[in-house]
Structure formats: C-alpha cells, structure tokens
Design a protein around this ligand. Structure first.
Ligand SMILES: C[S@@+](CC[C@H](N)C(=O)[O-])C[C@H]1O[C@@H](n2cnc3c(N)ncnc32)[C@H](O)[C@@H]1O
Length: 251
C-alpha cells in the first residue's frame, strides 16, 4: 500500500463502516422521506445534475453502486436518452426491495436490474459498463480505495465514473451554519422520524470524516482515473466528482 493510500484510509476514520449497510436496512422504510426532507429536496436536483454529466456515448450501460432505493437509476433513465440499461446493486435487501417496488410502479417499465452485492467485490467482468455511478454510497464502504478500483475495473476504456457525495462548504460562515444543522438538527429530526438515533448521528460523523474536494479527487487519480474534477453543489454541501478511464486502458 502506498503512503498516500494509507493517508486516505486514515482520513476515512470516524464511525466504523463495517456492515454500515445493515443500518440502511433498518431505516429503509423512511429513507426516501428523510432524504428529501433533510436535504430540503436538493437531493433530486443533485441526481439530475449527475445524469447531465454522463458522456455523449449513445446506448450506455450503467452500473449504479450502492443504489439504495434506486433514485439514481430512475433519475438517469428519466433525464438521459443516452442510457439504455441500468443495473443497481446494494448490500441492503430492505433498500433493494423498495427499489424494486419503485421500478415496478413506473408506467413504462425501465430497462433495469437489481442485485445484492458488495461495492468492494463487484460481481461483473472487466470492461462491462459505459458508466458507473454512486450517490451518497462511497462514504459508507469499508475500503474506499478498493471500491474505486473495482469501479475502474468494470468500466470500459473511455468509460466514466460519477460520484455524488456530501462535502464540507469551504466558506467559513456557511460551513459553521451547515455543521450546526448537521450536528444538532439533522440527528434529532432523522432519529425521530426513522426511530433510529444512531443512523443520523452516523450520517453527520461520516460526512465530517470523509475526504472531500481535492482529497477525494486524489483518491480517484490513485485508482487510475483521468480528467478528474469536482463540482461543488449548493454552497459545497455536496459535490459531484467525475473521472474517466483512459481510452487506451484495456486492463
Ligand atoms: C445513503 S444510501 C444512498 C442510496 C442511493 N444511492 C441514493 O442516492 O439515495 C447508502 C447506500 O449504500 C449502501 N451500502 C453501504 N455499504 C455498501 C457496500 N459495501 N456495498 C454496497 N452497498 C453498500 C447502503 O445499503 C445504502 O443503501
């Protein structure tokens, strides 16, 4: 392991991510409601912006890692004509069950499949997908570097990774207000509605200890991605990260 990679793993400390998915199973019944409520509805706009950053390749096959209740898949299929097929994977059976219901409820059945698997061991052959997405998921995996390397492996040459994740605003005043909300209000409201106090304390503790901005871009570069950039959303409370697997890389 390189020194940089060791440093990144240290930055991912905070609450243990081991089996974090079990907590999502517990809150699955309230997950969507709390997601929209606690982000003031911004999560929908962020997922639309993620869809807008797909490459111009037509007929794309997409893998959405840590798909949860499938909001990314549904947003990609609604907002991009370039997606022809999407696979969503997650470890939490309760989240996948809700994803399956949402997909089945669509008038026109989307071309999508769901499966239970670990982000650190993707059950796909090398060079399978045109794009890999992950929204609010990478922060929860046990070994972030391995998960990024797996995403790189299953991408076709020229394929794109898109990561949406919470980040910390750079402006001091905004950051202070955000931390006040994140540390005090969000855990209370989240705990009350979901009935799981730990889950929403875990949320703010993992966000505060997860590398964001330049530090996360460095992790993408370390995993092999090129053209890496970060686009802050809504005063920097979330960021969309993008990276491409080089066209000439057949590994
Ligand atoms: C905050 S939710 C995000 C769900 C969805 N992507 C969204 O945008 O709402 C995080 C998801 O990551 C999943 N997860 C956590 N660890 C995982 C792992 N090792 N492999 C796959 N999924 C994992 C959880 O089960 C949960 O559904």
């Amino acid at each position: 392991m390189t020194t940089d990679r060791k440093a990144n793993m240290v930055q991912c400390e905070g609450p243990s991510r081991r089996d974090a998915w079990k907590m999502f199973d517990r809150v699955a019944h309230r997950y969507d409601l709390l997601n929209h409520l606690l982000s003031f509805g911004r999560d929908r706009a962020w997922r639309r912006k993620l869809a807008a950053r797909l490459s111009h390749r037509p007929d794309q096959h997409i893998l959405d890692v840590a798909t949860g209740t499938a909001d990314v898949i549904l947003s990609l299929l609604d907002n991009s004509t370039r997606v022809s097929y999407a696979v969503g994977m997650d470890m939490a059976g309760g989240m996948l069950a809700r994803a399956a219901t949402k997909i089945a409820d669509r008038k026109r059945r989307p071309a999508a499949a769901l499966l239970r698997a670990d982000a650190c061991r993707l059950p796909f052959a090398d060079r399978t997908f045109d794009a890999v997405t992950i929204a609010f998921g990478i922060r929860n995996v046990l070994d972030v570097s391995t998960a990024l390397e797996e995403m790189y492996r299953v991408l076709k040459p020229g394929g794109r990774v898109l990561v949406l994740e919470f980040s910390l605003p750079e402006k001091r005043l905004v950051r202070r207000m955000y931390l006040l909300y994140f540390r005090k209000i969000l855990p209370s409201v989240g705990g009350l509605i979901s009935g799981d106090d730990y889950a929403y304390r875990y949320l703010n503790e993992t966000v505060e200890t997860f590398p964001c901005g330049r530090a996360f871009c460095d992790m993408l570069v370390e995993a092999g991605f090129a053209n890496v950039n970060a686009v802050p959303q809504t005063f920097g409370v979330a960021s969309i990260y993008q990276g491409d697997k080089p066209d000439n890389n057949f590994l």
